[in-house]
Design a protein around this ligand. Structure first.
Ligand SMILES: C[S@@+](CC[C@H](N)C(=O)[O-])C[C@H]1O[C@@H](n2cnc3c(N)ncnc32)[C@H](O)[C@@H]1O
Length: 249
């Protein structure tokens, strides 16, 4: 009865507290119901309490707290594990934003695919040169629609279902961070990336995806180590298909 695995990351305390089999990035639901309940999954009170606890621990603060740049702070939108959301640390978001600005060049266009923190960092006005590039965020989470025309709804399950206004091969740099560590997810995201990209691709995902990433996008693993606000249980890496500073950081 339990289903859905392919976890992205987790904090060990979550696993410890959720013995009935909850998630991280994806939920593993263990039903407490009998077979006669026709396979409808349910959570026990214990699991629900643990979920509530985890969920409240993932809150990163108020969404909007005053100044214009707060609106673009990493964490202005709270992480929601149900969408496999694990935000980069502020430093990593800044380092990745610096990288895409450098590689896009003045007047360049950047697509952040399932990587809203990098988009936010580009817009925060703290990265040199970020005022000379344009950026969009392709996201499944409609809370990011608060960013207006820069927000493009995106579901990796429909990799080429994009608005007509998004021209093929129109982005100088495409940075993607797929929500799940599976070949299926990565191959679909790779379709989107190839559709959008003029050439330069920066992929952020688990190290275990290295071979698939190489096959699908011809990318190499960087020595740069991206960090998250929460500890991930999987080793996480960046991959590039161009001669990047991140390769030997
Ligand atoms: C592992 S997180 C990457 C976020 C990145 N670390 C950051 O800080 O910006 C995966 C992202 O995929 C998005 N996502 C979840 N479900 C998705 C779907 N069906 N299609 C596309 N993106 C999805 C989440 O909202 C989340 O932003």
């Amino acid at each position: 009865m339990a289903r859905m695995t392919s976890s992205y990351c987790d904090s060990s305390h979550v696993h410890n507290s959720l013995r009935e089999g909850v998630f991280c990035g994806v939920v593993v639901v263990s039903s407490t119901m009998s077979d006669s309940d026709d396979d409808v999954p349910a959570l026990s009170a214990h699991t629900l309490a643990a979920l509530h606890q985890f969920y409240s621990e993932t809150r990163t603060g108020p969404a909007h707290t005053g100044s214009a740049s707060d609106q673009f702070a990493v964490g202005a939108v709270e992480e929601d594990w149900r969408m496999s959301q694990f935000w980069y640390s502020d430093e990593t978001a800044a380092q990745l934003a610096e990288e895409v600005v450098r590689e896009a060049g003045a007047g360049g266009r950047i697509a952040c695919v399932s990587a809203p923190s990098v988009y936010q960092k580009l817009k925060q006005g703290v990265v040199e040169g970020s005022d000379r590039v344009s950026a969009v965020v392709l996201e499944y989470d409609r809370r990011f629609a608060t960013y207006g025309d820069d927000f493009i709804f995106y579901d990796y399950n429909e990799p080429l279902s994009l608005p007509a206004s998004v021209a093929p091969q129109s982005f100088d740099v495409v940075l993607a961070d797929p929500p799940y560590l599976s070949e299926e997810c990565l191959s679909k995201v790779a379709k989107t990336v190839k559709h959008l990209s003029k050439g330069k691709v920066l992929l952020c995902t688990g190290a275990i995806m290295e071979n698939h990433a190489k096959q699908l996008l011809d990318v190499k693993m960087c020595s740069f180590l991206p960090r998250h606000n929460r500890n991930l249980s999987n080793e996480f890496r960046c991959f590039v298909n161009y001669p990047s500073r991140l390769l030997s950081y």
